[in-house]
Design a protein around this ligand. Structure first.
Ligand code: FAD
Length: 484
């Protein structure tokens, strides 16, 4: 039921007969998503300003040793640090699949930089910086401009209020369209909020909300040890000889527990996806154990697990993920956040009622983010220029509701709405088709699957040992058309 006019730009499949409309577009954020959005929007003839609160591009990939004043990251008055990177981080995707489709993330011929297939974070930042200079994207970026308010005006345009760092007063501007690319790995999601300063009612309400969350346990508000979120983890050294409980089993948890095991006295992993009796020493480590969930925490520092074991810990490190957070966005309730579902959004991008004037790039997770953002950006650019026609508001809303019903029917919690996993390539291909592009390369899909398997079979060494040599060759052959 999707009406479509293929774009006339880049690998056109059919020529559109519609005139190209050029819009004034604000892009919020100059991370990978904002950068590719800016490139695609300008390619399509739009006038683009990228508002970036930091003083450089790269978003998540701008590592800093600094951490926030509140290690749990729940104090609303804390000075927010955007990145959640830790010093030792190497990518968990191979560089061949990670890069934008027409700007491969290849190692340098002269061997400079970090040539590894799963490089350290600095190499990713360098790639994004080179991408920016290759396409002259920095001309569009206004640095140290934090967007503090985005509101819809009566004439259906957007008023965007931003604050320049170290400058008094706000800057108000009017745009036809806003593309939100502010990232979603900054605002911690945690098990408990031990905020003793909260008034009782607020606290009770908070506890009620928290009791709905995935990780809860009694007594955490009297437990005397240090609690922090992985957002504020940088290096293992401060944890030398300590006993650490690490809650969660995300990609960060898997890396950070290994980082810590090198210096800590003991590392106790807590996973909600194991049976209650679970107590397992981790293969290859003499100081790391896997436990079932925490049952209770006590004022003498003891933490009791559901498997019956007790540990006296110094630190509980919450690797429990992040929340979508758009503190600047005012849509009169049209776009809401419900248990980490940003909605209603047609295909994770357009709120039907506000389409195409408001859009989001990069919300899906368990994906290959850069190319996915690229396909989303091409779609948004084409829709804004009038080259691609969206279905009616009602049709988009129907489609979105049907998607939510499918999730509900399969028992998928709302917080997994933007978790794509298996269907990311179908999604990418759908977007590509809207834009008249070829979809995801066969090798990229196969390599992603091969790496996912390798990660399971070789959790300690998957970044340095692999069997998919034939796919690397295919990727390199494919890249020649962009690099020669
Ligand atoms: P971000 O990179 O977060 O950029 C958002 C930008 O918006 C930032 O520059 C921020 O300063 C700016 N901003 C925010 N709010 C405002 C505002 N109000 N006003 C102005 N500017 C604002 N991806 C991979 O492909 N491979 C990996 O190996 C990988 N590993 C990861 C490891 C960790 C620990 C994390 C947290 C993420 C990892 N990712 C990985 C995913 C990563 O988030 C994406 O690769 C990508 O960086 C997302 O880009 P983004 O532009 O959506 O968000």
């Amino acid at each position: 039921n999707l009406k479509r006019t293929p774009t006339t730009h880049h690998f056109p499949m059919t020529k559109s007969l519609l005139p190209i409309q050029s819009r004034n577009v604000a892009v919020i954020g100059a991370g990978a998503a904002g950068l590719i959005a800016a490139r695609e929007l300008r390619r399509e003839g739009h006038r683009v300003v990228v508002l970036e609160k930091n003083n450089r591009i790269g978003g998540t990939w701008v590592y800093t040793p600094r951490v926030e004043s509140d290690p749990l990251g729940v104090d609303p008055n804390r000075a927010v640090i955007h990145t959640s990177l830790y010093s030792s981080l190497r990518t968990n995707l191979p560089r061949e699949v990670m890069g934008f489709t027409d700007y491969p993330f290849t190692a340098r011929d002269d061997g400079s930089g970090d040539p590894r297939r799963f490089p350290g974070h600095a190499e990713v930042l360098r790639y994004l910086e080179e991408f920016v200079s290759e396409f002259g994207i920095d001309e569009m970026v206004r640095f140290e401009s934090e967007v503090v308010n985005v509101g819809l005006m009566e004439n259906n345009k957007w008023k965007v209020k931003s604050k320049l760092r170290n400058v008094d007063g706000d800057c108000d501007e009017i745009y036809d369209a806003v593309v939100v690319c502010n990232g979603h790995y900054t605002e911690p999601r945690i098990a408990e909020i031990p905020e003793l300063s909260l008034c009782a009612a607020v606290k009770m309400f908070t506890m009620f909300l928290i009791s709905l969350a995935a990780f809860t346990f009694l007594g955490i508000d009297v437990w005397p040890g240090k609690q922090m979120h992985s957002h504020n983890y940088r290096v293992p050294e401060p944890f030398r000889n300590q006993v650490i409980i690490l809650v969660g089993s995300s990609a960060s948890a898997v890396d950070i527990c290994r980082d810590l095991a090198g210096v800590a006295k003991e590392v106790h992993l807590v996973s909600r996806s194991v049976a209650d009796g679970t107590y397992e020493k981790q293969p290859g480590f003499d100081n790391m154990w896997l436990h079932s969930m925490i049952e209770s925490a006590h004022d003498n520092g003891a933490v009791v697990f559901r498997n019956g074991h007790t540990v006296h810990a110094d630190v509980i490190l919450h690797c429990t993920g992040y929340k979508y957070h758009f503190p600047f966005l005012e849509t009169n309730g049209i776009v809401t956040m419900d248990d980490n579902r940003v909605g209603p959004l047609y295909k994770h991008v357009f709120p039907p009622v506000l389409a195409p004037w408001l859009s989001f790039v990069g919300l899906p997770w368990k994906v290959i983010p850069f190319p996915l953002c690229e396909y989303q950006s091409k779609w948004i650019a084409g829709v804004l220029s009038g080259q691609i026609v969206l279905p009616s508001q009602e049709e988009m809303m129907e489609d979105t509701k049907a998607f939510y019903s499918t999730l509900e029917a399969s028992g998928t919690p709302k917080r997994y709405t933007h978790n794509m996993g298996d269907y990311q390539f179908d999604y990418d291909n759908w977007l590509a088709e809207q834009c008249g592009y070829l979809g995801v390369e066969g090798w990229r899909k196969q390599m992603y699957n091969a790496v996912s398997k390798n990660r399971l079979t070789r959790p300690e060494t998957y970044r340095d040992e692999w069997d998919d040599h034939h796919l690397i060759l295919q990727a390199q052959e494919d890249f020649i058309k962009y690099t020669s």
